[in-house]
Design a protein around this ligand. Sequence first.
Ligand code: XMP
Length: 542
Amino acid sequence: MLQTFKKAMADALAEIREEKKIRSTTELFLLFSMGSQFDHLIKQKLDALGVFCLVADPASVTADDVLMIKPTGIILSGGPASAYENPPFDGKIFDLGVPLLGICLGYQMWAHHIGVPVTSSDKREFGTHTFTITKPSALLKNLPKKSKVLESHGDKIYVDDKLNIFGTTDNAPAAAGNHKHLWGVQFHPEVTETEYGEKIYENFCFGICGAKDKFPASKVADKKIKDLRLKIKDKKVLLALSGGTDSSIVAYLLKRSLEDSHQEFPHGNLQGNQILGVYIKGIDRPDDESNVIKYFGDESWIKVKIVDATDKFLTALAGKISMKDKRLAMRGVYKEILESEAKTFGADFIAQGTLYTDVSETGGGYDSGSKKAQIKIHHNVGLKFSLPEIQPLIDCVKDTGRNIGRSIGVPDELLIRHPFPGPGLVVRIEGEVNKEKLIIARKIDGIYIKELKKWGFYQTVWQAGAVVTSSTTTCTKGDDASDGHVIALWAVWSVNGFTARAAELPYDFLKHVSQRMTNEIREVGAVVYRISDKPPVTIEWG
Ligand code: XMP
C-alpha cells in the first residue's frame, strides 16, 4: 500500500486504483501532512470513519498531481512552521475548488493565500479552551453551542471580510471559518481533548465533500495477514516478544498468516520451526516473563527463548546519566541480542511490535517534506538490522493495534495490559541505572500496579508508572535518620498516547500506595504524584 503520495506517476496511480478496488470506492481524501505531532490521529479519525485517506507530501505534490487523482476532499494538517514563511506547499491547490479543511497551520495557510492577515501572536497558545459557535455552518452541524477544544498555535488569523467566521475562542476570534470551499479550524479536532472532533471530520467528509462509501475496519486485519503471508511464505521469523500488547498482537498476526500460508506452502510448518519469540530479560517488569511463558510457552506454532541480559544491560548502562545516553545504550544491547539470536536461529526476518507513535516521536513519521521534532529515541526505531524487518503495526497507534488484536482473537488479558516502553525500567530510573535501583524500580512497580488493580483503577487509567528519582529526602524510619529515594508516581488518561491527561486518582488511594512503599521498601523516603498533562510532559519520565 502506498504510504505517501508524492507524484502522480504511473506506479502511484496504479496503487491508488488497486486500493480503491479493494475498498469498492471511487472516493479518496488527501491528507497533506505538515508535520504536526497529531497528523496520524487525523488519519486514524478518517480510517475510523471508513473513508480512504492517502497521506500526501506537501513538498512534492502539485496542483497538477491533485487534478490527476481527483480527490473527494483535502485536509491540510497543523505543523511547526508559520504560514507567512511559505512552508512547502503548492498554493495553486487552494484554487482548484476541491473542498479543503485546514487544521491550525493548514487554516492559516489558506487564509494567508487569500489575503487575510496572519501574524505571530505574543504568546504561543497551548491547552484546552472553550469554543463557542457563533452561527450555523455545514462544518459544525449538530455540535452544541459550547464545547472544549485543544488549541496549539503561535500564529493568529485576523477577523477579515473575506472570512465567514462561525466559531470563536477567547484567544482566537477566527477559531472556525470558511471562504467558499476552503474551511478551517484553529484547534485540533483529532485529539480527544476536543470534545466533538470526530463529528467535525464526519461533517467535512460526508456533509461538505459528499462522500458516501465506507470501508469496514475489520478488513484491515485480513489485509495485514495477507501481506504477511505473501512476504514470509515458508521463511523464518524472529519475533522480539516482550509480553506486552503490541508484540503479542504481532505474534497472533504471524500465527494467522502461518495458518493461511501452510495451505499454500506445506513444506513450511506449524510446529514451531518457523517463528522464534525472543524475550529479553533484565530491565523488565516483575510479571512480564511469566506472562510470555503463560501465553506462548506451550504453543506449537512458536518457540520461545528467554535470554537473560541483566549483566549486559548493567555493563552498557554503567556511568550513563542522561536519558538519551541510557536509551542509546539499551538499544545497543537490544539490537546485539536480536541479531545474534537471529543468526543462531537462521532467521530471514526480524519482527517487532513497533507502533506509529514510536516512529513519530523518534522524529520519523510520514516520509514527507515537512520535519518533525525528535521527542525521544524509541528502542525499536531505526535499528538498521542486518535482516529485513517486519513491523505490521507501523501504521497503528496503541488502540488501533488493540482493535486489530481483538478482531483476530488475541486474549483480552494481553490486550488490556498497560503499554510498557521497550527500554523498560531504564526510563523509570533517574541517573545511573544499577542493580539496587533496578530492584527498587521492580518493587515499586509491583506495589503500584497491584494496588491499581485492587482499587479498580487499572483499566480506567491508560498507563501508570513509578519512577526512582535521583532526589532524596531525609527520613526517619524507626530510630534511624537516613536518606531515602523520592519516588514519583504518574498515571494518565489517554486513548492513543499522543496526548494524555494526568489521571485524577483519589487521595486515599495515593496515600495508601505511598504508605505501602515507604513502609515496605527500606530505600524509599517519600512518594510524590505527577499532575502534568502531555504535552508538555511526555508520558514516560525519561
Ligand atoms: P511518551 O513517553 O513518549 O510515550 O509520551 C508514549 C508511549 O510510548 C511508550 N514509550 C516507548 N515505547 N519504546 C517503546 O516501545 C520506547 O522507547 C518508548 N518510549 C516511550 C510509553 O510508555 C507510552 O506508552
